[in-house]
Design a protein around this ligand. Structure first.
Ligand SMILES: *Cc1c(COP(=O)(O)O)cnc(C)c1O
Length: 222
């Protein structure tokens, strides 16, 4: 089932990417937060390289079981989990921390990374849907946050932006949250990664320029 799901999703991603622009490439992050290590290993055996988790404890357990995969942290990082994440980063090398969502967190991470003489690839999370339940920078805060972090936090490599589409039925409203994030991405101009789209809205996200989709349930559903 995982194999078929991956194949179907990959085809849909390729189609959406081609529709967006002939040379557009989209990476698939398999979000494994609701699944066990056996299913992750099954997906890895099918050629799926990248996996994402939203809790440090789970990320640690799974990444240490499968260090050959490329791992992303995609959830809000509490400050008391910074050490845990960076220890794991020293051990297996996290590919990307997708959910850098405040200046305070950036500065704390910088302190730790500087001390360890390590760098961390990050995305800034944008709360483009302006939902209180979500973390991230508001649209109007983002450009300044990018400048401050780039200047002060040399051990954080800001590669791009991440957002979660609006949590509503109306496709036009979801699309608006993607468009806003893409506009900020273009305005900054020097970023390469635009992480948008989950199981229910990844084709719409790609149609709006996403080049990294984070898909969980559509891959691992039984
Ligand atoms: C859970 C999660 C996903 C994947 O959601 P699905 O609907 O299962 O595809 C993507 N991004 C983030 C930040 C998540 O927490």
């Amino acid at each position: 089932m995982i194999k078929e799901n991956l194949k179907n999703i990959t085809l849909k991603i390729e189609k959406a990417a081609k529709n967006y622009s002939p040379n557009h490439k989209v990476e698939l992050l398999a979000v494994s937060k609701y699944t066990d290590i056996d299913s992750i290993k099954e997906a890895f055996a099918c050629g799926q390289m990248r996996f994402g988790e939203n809790k440090i404890q789970d990320l640690k357990l799974k990444a240490l079981e499968l260090p050959k995969a490329k791992w992303h942290m995609i959830g809000h990082l509490q400050t008391n989990k910074i050490n845990g994440m960076l220890e794991l980063h020293s051990e297996v090398g996290l590919e990307l921390f997708e959910s850098l969502d405040s200046l305070k967190l950036a500065r704390l991470l910088q302190k730790h990374l500087e001390f360890k003489n390590e760098t961390l690839n990050c995305l800034l999370q944008v709360n483009s849907a302006r939902e209180e339940s979500k973390s991230g920078f508001l649209e109007e805060e983002l450009l300044e946050a990018f400048e401050v972090i780039s200047k002060e936090c040399k051990n954080l490599k800001i590669l791009g932006l991440m957002c979660i589409g609006a949590h509503v039925e109306d496709r036009a409203v979801i699309e608006k949250s993607f468009k806003k994030t893409k506009d900020l991405f273009d305005e900054i101009g020097v970023l390469s990664v635009l992480s948008m789209g989950m199981s229910s809205d990844y084709e719409l996200a790609i149609a709006n320029g996403s080049n990294l989709v984070r898909i969980g349930s559509a891959i691992f559903k039984k």
